[in-house]
Design a protein around this ligand. Structure first.
Ligand code: URA
Length: 209
């Protein structure tokens, strides 16, 4: 069974409350969603491996720490996942960015893949798949499958708000993919939205409706 971790640092909880508020407009929503993603990645990368390097300071030679050449990539699930990319890149500016597009069939409600563009060395990278909302887990599961089919080996799923149903579904389908959320909410309502959630993340990020 994969790990599910709620990263509930006080700053993350405070910022999540701001974007949950229905009165928060597009500009602030966009900025704060990225700030939360940035703080989450800060917490998630505590275990990145370090190695020694020689550095000459103005005072002389010394041995210090640097990150080992671990390769990362951020994979937003379109479209709402785009709202977390800048936040991740603020901390890991050298990460490559791949994109996965999914749409939901209006009749079957099942997700379908319509666009996949990934770094060529995806099998050698650790992937941070980002999507603000983990509701049923349908599109996350499909994105993970699409990545595995193309050679991805090591992935983590990073969401702002998770519903218990989605966490269970991803853990069952992909026991090798750890999940990180800023909050575990109550449930999915009868319209497929997370409650209390924050509404439609894509619409709120891009000002559409
Ligand atoms: N997608 C959203 O944007 N919001 C939800 O609450 C669930 C899925």
């Amino acid at each position: 069974m994969s790990k599910f971790t709620v990263l509930n640092h006080p700053l993350i909880q405070h910022k999540l409350t701001i974007i949950r508020n229905e009165r928060t407009g597009t500009r602030v929503f966009r900025e704060v969603a990225n700030e939360i993603a940035e703080l989450m990645v800060y917490e998630m990368t505590r275990d990145l491996p370090l190695e020694d390097v020689e550095v000459t300071t103005p005072m002389g030679k010394s041995t210090q720490k640097t990150l080992t050449g671990k390769k990362l990539a951020v994979i937003p699930i379109l479209r709402a996942g785009l709202g977390m990319v800048d936040g991740v890149l603020r901390l890991i500016p050298a990460a490559k960015v791949g994109h996965i597009g999914m749409y939901r069939d209006e009749k079957t409600l099942k997700p379908h893949e319509y666009f996949v563009k990934l770094p060529s060395d995806i099998d050698q990278r650790e992937l941070f798949i980002v999507d603000p909302m983990l509701a049923t887990g349908g599109s996350a599961n499909m994105a993970i499958e699409a990545l595995k089919k193309r050679g991805a080996k090591k992935m983590r799923l990073v969401v702002l708000v998770a519903a218990p149903e989605g966490v269970k579904s991803v853990q069952e389908a992909h026991p090798d993919v750890d999940i990180y959320a800023a909050s575990l909410d109550e449930k999915i309502n009868e319209n497929g939205y997370i409650f209390p959630g924050l509404g439609d993340a894509g619409d709120r990020l891009f000002g559409t409706k």
